[in-house]
Design a protein around this ligand. Sequence first.
Ligand code: ADP
Ligand code: MG
Ligand code: MG
Length: 254
Amino acid sequence: MSTLEIRDLHVSVETEAGPKEILRGVNLTVRSGETHAIMGPNGSGKSTLAYSIAGHPKYQITRGSVTLDGEDVLSLSVDERARAGLFLAMQYPVEVAGVSVANFLRTAKTAVDGKAPNLRSWVKDVNGALEKLGMGTDFAQRNVNEGFSGGEKKRHEIAQLELLDPKFAILDETDSGLDIDALKVVSDGVNRFHGKGDKGVLLITHYTRILRYITPDHVHVFVDGRVAEEGGPELAEKLEAEGYASYQKAGSSS
Ligand code: ADP
Ligand code: MG
Ligand code: MG
């Protein structure tokens, strides 16, 4: 049983006009076994939250804390956060020039585990993960994200999730840009991960449609750099019907 706890998190980025505060006091607790959906309009700071937890150097924590089982996450390097069991699937996965999927996955697994995986079982695991995501094994020979379609990029993120086996997965708009078949494949992958039983999932999304395939225990409406409302799965249905307009009006007057 693990707990990822975000308390009063304030985050700024440096802009030409000086520091700009993007997160304005985020509170969120995710326990293993739970799936939390963070839903919010574009520009509300969802990706900033994901990057801040993962340790992106561009985001400056000005106040608050992130802890994993009481341990201060914010004082850890990006690598240490991964070894502690945090995984981030990025909204816009980046190309890694000249590095094959097979090499990338093995390097990442070695870094996270602190030792190289057993070669024979590892190759089997990789091929199995790719197969479950509807990819041929030749996919492993392609360079990471080079010329990948939107769906291939997201499937590759889910392959990492399956193979690296973190405690907590932060999935940043893993559903955006997917057609319905890819959405099902990706959702199945997230559900397999969650089905291991002791995993926490923070599912960041702009649209409600992925929540037809992945049922969250908790839904958080994220507006203007903080959680504006919390509820159960029924909150997603309300958002589906009403959108974010009521929250944004409330946010702009504050
Ligand atoms: P979301 O993921 O919810 O769409 P983001 O976290 O990407 O939101 O962005 C939140 C706000 O912070 C936006 O207004 C965005 O323009 C701004 N922002 C994010 N990163 C930077 C940056 N590096 N420099 C300046 N502004 C940024
Ligand atoms: Mg966005
Ligand atoms: Mg985003």
